[in-house]
Design a protein around this ligand. Structure first.
Ligand SMILES: NC(=O)c1ccc[n+]([C@@H]2O[C@H](COP(=O)([O-])OP(=O)(O)OC[C@H]3O[C@@H](n4cnc5c(N)ncnc54)[C@H](O)[C@@H]3O)[C@@H](O)[C@H]2O)c1
Length: 335
């Protein structure tokens, strides 16, 4: 597999809306788009549970339009989608663990909220390409190795179930109304601007915080479970390509690094890079064991084939880059 050239310059002058754009992935997309000369609008509710953070826009604050608001606000979304060329749709309740304790909120944001955005597009702008950030957790217990897009979808959490329904909404609005939608099923993204406030999702961020504070990191079980960690600049590249590739419309793609790591290898990379922190193995808590998918190796050939994308940052390098970021900026990510 070789990365194919992509003329990211196509974003120059384009109008791009990013939902959840103050969060980890959305803000990294925003930072890249500003460099490319796009007109970026962000909508984010800054719900304290999640990773939304004004500091994520620190270097581009005066170059984007940032709206403090909720994707469930129909009137707001109607105004925001008008005139957009591309919509990167990342706003979400992000914690699969929390989804069972806040089931209605999870559905409201990850189900109904997505429908509100798509309805706003149907009524006001059918031409915008909508790229939706889904999750590997739509699949449930893994029975295929490597995992392709044809893997059965039997989610183990409400988060996975609602992400799956939102995938289907995006496909239906493509099929029925011709809105060019693309679904990216993310594996385990990590990197700069990732929340490190709590351990409900995005474990590399939380572990980096613990290591930098010289604290103990708990690994559930023996830590040999296989995961696919994908560095944020590779994820950004995937979103940008998906937003400009006609051959991707109406399709669902895996978006991971295509490399496999044991969970404990990720932890070792964090502790080794930071040079502090300790590791302890603990039994799986019941609420985590219930939703554990099993080993996950990703087949990313479909996305590569459609867009020429290839992830290029190995885990050790990504963790090093992340560490450099938090050495300089950690104070902005603690609350
Ligand atoms: N981080 C991961 O491990 C991971 C894995 C797979 C998929 N995803 C998906 O990627 C997307 C981005 O996640 P992230 O890691 O950047 O998380 P994040 O918490 O950093 O960002 C999510 C953003 O969405 C905003 N938001 C939440 N509800 C909103 C609402 N109702 N209206 C407007 N904004 C709202 C939050 O304030 C936050 O800024 C999400 O859709 C998530 O489900 C993330």
């Amino acid at each position: 597999m070789n990365q194919q050239p992509f003329n990211a310059e196509v974003y120059r002058g384009k109008n791009v809306l990013i939902t959840g754009g103050l969060g980890f992935l959305g803000s990294n997309i925003a930072n890249q788009l500003v460099k490319l000369g796009a007109h970026v609008t962000i909508v984010d509710s800054l719900n304290p549970r999640y990773g939304g953070n004004w500091f994520n826009l620190d270097s581009i604050r005066d170059k984007v339009t940032a709206v403090s608001g909720d994707i469930r606000d129909e009137e707001l979304m109607t105004g925001l989608v008008r005139g957009m060329d591309v919509i990167f749709n990342l706003a979400a309740q992000v914690s699969y663990i929390d989804s069972s304790s806040i089931p209605f909120e999870d559905f409201d944001v990850n189900g109904r909220g997505q429908l509100i955005l798509l309805e706003a597009c149907r009524k006001n702008n059918r031409g915008a390409c909508v790229v939706f950030s889904s999750s590997r957790l739509v699949l449930g217990r893994i029975i295929e190795d490597p995992v392709t897009e044809r893997h059965p979808t039997n989610p183990l959490s409400l988060y996975g179930a609602h992400k799956l329904v939102a995938e289907k909404y995006h496909y239906m609005y493509f099929k029925d109304y011709g809105i060019p939608t693309v679904v990216l099923r993310l594996t385990n993204p990590y990197g700069d601007r990732q929340q490190m406030k709590h351990s409900k999702y995005s474990m590399p961020g939380w572990f980096m915080r613990l290591a930098m504070e010289g604290k103990e990191i708990s690994i559930f079980g023996d830590g040999t479970q296989i995961r696919d960690y994908v560095y944020v600049s590779d994820v950004v590249d995937a979103f940008l390509r998906a937003g400009m590739t006609e051959a991707a419309h109406g399709r669902t793609f895996n978006c991971g690094s295509g490399r496999s790591y044991q969970f404990q290898e990720m932890v070792t990379a964090v502790v080794g890079t930071v040079g502090k922190g300790t590791v302890r193995h603990v039994p799986w808590p019941e609420n985590y064991e219930r939703v554990e998918t099993g080993d996950f190796r990703t087949d990313i050939s479909a996305l590569s084939g459609a867009t020429g994308w290839e992830p290029v940052v190995p885990l050790e390098e990504g963790i090093q880059r992340m560490f450099e970021y938090y050495k300089a900026n950690r104070a902005h990510y603690l609350f």
